[in-house]
Design a protein around this ligand. Structure first.
Ligand code: KG4
Ligand code: ZN
Length: 335
C-alpha cells in the first residue's frame, strides 16, 4: 500500500491549526490560539481573519517539519469548509486550494461539526457504531446520532445560544475575561453548586435552550449587588459552581433522554465544553450507573484543532470524496 500523508487545516473561528496524518495516524496537531480577542470579551471576526492570515504559514510549516516530510510527499490537502466565521474560513480555504493546485493533489473539504465527533477516532478506545455524541462548543450544542464515520444525523440541538456561549456570557457578567468557560470550570471546583438556584430550561423533544440563564444570572446579580456591591467577589466560587451545575443539568437531562429513546449506551462528548471537568465527572458517574460506555476526548482534541480535521479527511480520502478547486466556504453548514 501507498504512504498516505494528508495535511489538514482548521481556521473556522479563533484557532489557526494544522495537522499531518499518516495512514490514519495523527502525527501532530499544531494550534496557534489568537489572544487578540481577550480584551474585546469575544471573538472579533475581522481580527480573527487577520490573525489566521498571519499564523497559517508558520503553523503549516511547523506541522510539516514535525512530521519530517516535505510538501512533495503530501497525498491530499484537507480544510474546514464550515460552519464558522466567513472571513476566518476564507483564509484556510484559499490556502488549501492554492496548495492543492500547486502540488496537483486532491482537495478534501471537512465539516467542522463532523470533525468534532470524529476526534474520537484519533486514539483508542474508539466508539462503535451506532453511538450518540453530545457536541458542545462555543457555537453549537447538538445531539448527534453517529451511524458511520461519515453518516451522522442531528437529533436535537439548541434553539438559541450554544452552551459554550452561555458559559462565556455568564462569565462576562461575573467580570471574567474571554473565554470565560475554562475560568468558570476552575472557580467551580472550589464552590458549592447548591448555593444558588438558577432555572433549568426544558425544551420539547431533544432540543436545548441556553439563552434564559444569562438573563436569570443578570437579574440575580443586579438584585444582590444593590445590597452588597462586593457580592460577586465574595461569592465567585459558589456562583461559578451553581451556574456550571445548571448548565450541566440541562445537558445531562437531554443526553439521558436521548440514550433511553434510542436505546444506545455507546455515548461520546465532543467540542470545547467537553473539556469541562464538571461535565466529565457528572457523565462519568451517570455512565457507571446506567452502564454506558462513555468516550471523552483528550483535552487537545476537545477545543478547535486540525487533528480532528485530519482524521475526518482520512475517512473521506479512503472513500475518494474529494472537492473541486472552485469550492467556497459555508458559514452555515449542515452535518
Ligand atoms: O469547540 P471550541 O473550541 O470552539 C467552537 O467551535 O466554538 O469551543 C469553545 C468553547 C468556548 O465557549 C469555551 O468557553 C468553551 O468551549 N470551553 C469550556 C471549557 N473549555 C473550553 N467551557 C467550560 N469549561 C471548560 N473547561
Ligand atoms: Zn469547534
Amino acid at each position: 500500500t501507498r504512504d498516505i500523508y494528508i495535511l489538514a487545516i482548521e481556521s473556522s473561528c479563533d484557532e489557526t491549526s494544522a495537522s499531518v496524518i499518516y495512514n490514519g495516524k495523527v502525527l501532530n496537531n499544531i494550534v496557534a490560539t489568537q489572544s487578540v480577542h481577550e480584551k474585546y470579551g469575544g471573538v472579533v471576526p475581522e481580527l480573527a481573519s487577520r490573525a489566521h492570515q498571519e499564523n497559517i504559514v508558520p503553523v503549516v510549516s511547523e506541522a510539516l517539519v514535525s512530521a519530517g516530510i516535505s510538501k512533495s510527499q503530501l497525498s491530499a490537502i484537507a480544510f474546514t469548509r464550515g460552519p464558522g466565521l466567513m472571513g476566518a474560513l476564507l483564509v484556510g480555504v484559499s490556502f488549501a486550494k492554492s496548495l492543492a493546485q500547486a502540488l496537483d493533489i486532491p482537495l478534501i473539504e471537512v465539516n467542522h461539526m463532523q470533525a468534532h465527533v470524529l476526534a474520537h477516532f484519533i486514539e483508542n478506545p474508539k466508539p462503535s457504531f451506532p453511538f450518540l455524541c453530545l457536541t458542545v462548543s462555543g457555537g453549537h450544542t447538538q445531539l448527534v446520532l453517529v451511524k458511520d464515520h461519515l453518516e451522522m444525523e442531528v437529533i436535537g440541538e439548541t434553539r438559541d445560544d450554544a452552551v459554550g456561549e452561555a458559559f462565556d456570557k455568564t462569565a462576562k457578567l461575573l467580570g471574567l475575561p474571554y473565554p470565560g468557560g475554562p475560568l468558570i470550570d476552575r472557580y467551580a471546583n472550589e464552590g458549592n453548586p447548591k448555593t444558588f438556584q438558577f432555572p433549568i430550561t426544558r425544551m420539547p423533544g431533544l432540543n436545548f435552550s441556553f439563552s434564559g440563564i444569562k438573563t436569570a444570572v443578570l437579574y440575580f446579580l443586579q438584585d444582590k449587588m444593590k445590597e452588597n456591591p462586593n457580592f460577586i467577589q465574595e461569592n465567585l466560587s459558589d456562583l461559578c459552581a451553581s451556574i456550571q451545575y445548571t448548565l450541566i443539568e440541562m445537558l445531562r437531562i437531554k443526553l439521558e433522554e436521548a440514550s433511553k429513546k434510542l436505546q444506545i449506551k455507546e455515548i461520546a462528548i465532543a467540542g470545547g465544553v467537553s473539556a469541562n471537568s464538571g461535565l466529565r465527572n457528572t457523565l462519568t458517574q451517570i455512565a457507571k450507573k446506567k452502564g454506558w460506555n462513555l468516550y471523552i476526548p483528550k483535552f487537545e482534541y476537545c477545543t478547535d484543532n486540525a487533528g480532528m480535521i485530519a482524521i475526518a479527511a482520512h475517512y473521506k480520502y479512503l472513500k475518494g470524496e474529494f472537492s473541486s478547486l472552485d469550492v467556497t466556504p459555508l458559514a452555515k453548514m449542515k452535518i
